[in-house]
Write a protein that binds this ligand. Structure first.
Ligand SMILES: NC(=O)c1ccc[n+]([C@@H]2O[C@H](COP(=O)([O-])OP(=O)(O)OC[C@H]3O[C@@H](n4cnc5c(N)ncnc54)[C@H](O)[C@@H]3O)[C@@H](O)[C@H]2O)c1
Length: 424
């Protein structure tokens, strides 16, 4: 059955040619997804399946969508963040591949949700989410659509947290694979992808020199570790703030200064929140920051920085010296610069993660979707991990693409590892 809604909303279809070239460029460093796409084209595991996807509309996502359509899926796509859409990519998918794309960079809150609703109205049988806004919209506004959905995938930490909360409350109605939890996702995407692209976003937004700066990283999870490591590599002095004693200890032993935000606020030149939590940078922190401090977020939602407090402290007095910089003029003469409206800075001001890392994340997405389709009806409504065979297969394919070979267990080693008899 074809979708009931076939309209689209993209900024400018004439941008398709630029999108075509950039998507092909990204494909060159996505060999794992490319191999999966070729197999899907032959085997058609998604023949006739309607997929609703709420993902960052980037060149890498386009390659995932092309893998799904090669496998026979009919895809409707909207953005998972109002600022992360690459308009040329949206145009290319709509023009060349007839994908129902509803995404425009800079869309306001109402249009963002109307785009998600447009995807829901295509009656997806499979959902792909990044942050869980699509599933939440279906659950709260279109519960009648749930019956037709066989499964879904979730890309990021924050989305998985929301899904687990739904599972706990008993409102999750179909199985969803937590792609984020695959080792070949978070060890690489969250750490190296977010690590590099967050600094890229801050530099593109401001052209700031990182060497010699004090950079405060709030949250030492997978993303925070990557950002701290890359910032140190660029010559910055890194301060970590945490609420988890184990992560804080790890940061201290990794050689970073660890302290509460109340202390870090006085010392930092650049602040990056990446906790998945809300209200991490608040009025009390802004009050003790140095003049000219740069404040950015790379966590999923724009709730980590209390923007209302900045508006209050400045009484709305602000300028926009560069595209992604809002310079708040505080009453006491100091300024604080908010980058990318507090939204994911790597996607707002830069291009998100490099394709080479998204290759693994989206290979997991594609294979997890195939797994759920093959096992339709057999898995109860729950948040499930990416099967270990898929995770290992993605690692194996990526190593092969990188021309890296590794050792194999000898028969003796295999026996040794499986036995408890041999000791000293
Ligand atoms: N920018 C991107 O492209 C991108 C990519 C992947 C994930 N994310 C998002 O980034 C966020 C973090 O993801 P992650 O995988 O690192 O999660 P994680 O769970 O591994 O790490 C989050 C860390 O933040 C800490 N934390 C929580 N509240 C805090 C507070 N008030 N102050 C200091 N630390 C606090 C937690 O203890 C934890 O160690 C999530 O919202 C995730 O969805 C963004």
């Amino acid at each position: 059955m074809s979708s009931s809604v076939s309209t689209r909303d993209v900024k400018d279809e004439s941008l398709a040619e630029l999108g075509r070239r950039r998507i092909a460029w990204a494909a060159q460093t996505m060999p794992v997804l490319g191999a999966i796409r070729q197999r899907f084209a032959k085997e058609k595991p998604f023949a006739g399946l309607r997929v609703g996807a709420c993902l960052h509309v980037t060149t890498e996502t386009a390659n995932l969508v092309l893998a799904l359509t090669a496998g026979g899926a009919e895809v409707a796509l909207c953005a998972s963040n109002p600022l992360s859409t690459q308009d040329d990519v949206a145009a290319m998918l709509a023009v060349d591949h007839g994908v129902n794309v509803f995404a425009v960079k800079g869309e306001d809150h109402a249009r963002y949700y109307s785009h998600i609703e447009a995807v829901v109205k295509t009656s997806p049988q499979f959902t792909m989410d990044d942050g869980c806004d699509l599933v939440t919209t279906i659950l709260t506004k279109f519960p009648e659509k749930l019956a037709g959905i066989i499964g879904g995938t979730e890309e990021t930490t924050t989305g998985v947290i929301r899904l687990r909360s739904m599972e706990k409350e008993g409102v999750l109605k179909y199985p969803i694979v937590a792609v984020n939890d695959a080792l070949t996702k978070h060890l690489f995407d969250n750490r190296y992808g977010t690590g590099q692209s967050t600094l890229d976003g801050i530099v593109r937004a401001t052209n700031v020199l990182l060497a010699g700066k004090s950079i405060v990283v709030a949250g030492y999870g997978w993303c925070g570790r990557g950002i701290a490591q890359r910032a140190r590599g660029m010559g910055a002095m890194v301060i970590v703030t945490e609420i988890d004693p184990t992560k804080a200890l790890e940061a201290a032993m990794d050689g970073y200064a660890v302290m509460p935000m109340s202390e870090a606020a006085k010392r930092g030149d650049i602040f990056i929140t990446v906790t998945g939590n809300s209200g991490v940078l608040r009025e009390e922190h802004f009050l003790s920051m140095k003049s000219g401090a740069l404040v950015a977020n790379s966590g999923h939602f724009n709730v980590e920085i209390d923007i209302d407090a900045l508006e209050r402290l400045s009484e709305g007095e602000k300028t926009r010296p560069r595209e992604f910089v809002e310079q708040y003029q505080l009453g006491d003469g100091r300024t604080i610069c908010l980058l990318g409206e507090g939204r994911l800075i790597n996607l707002a001001a830069a291009e998100g993660h490099p394709a080479a890392v998204m290759d693994m994340s989206f290979a997991n997405q594609a294979l997890a979707a195939e797994y759920l389709v093959l096992n339709r009806g057999k898995i109860p409504p729950s948040v499930i991990p990416v099967p270990q065979e898929i995770d290992r297969e993605v690692a194996r394919l990526k190593l092969a693409a990188l021309n890296v070979s590794i050792d194999e267990l000898t028969p003796e080693q295999r026996v040794y590892l499986e036995s408890w008899h041999e000791g000293t």
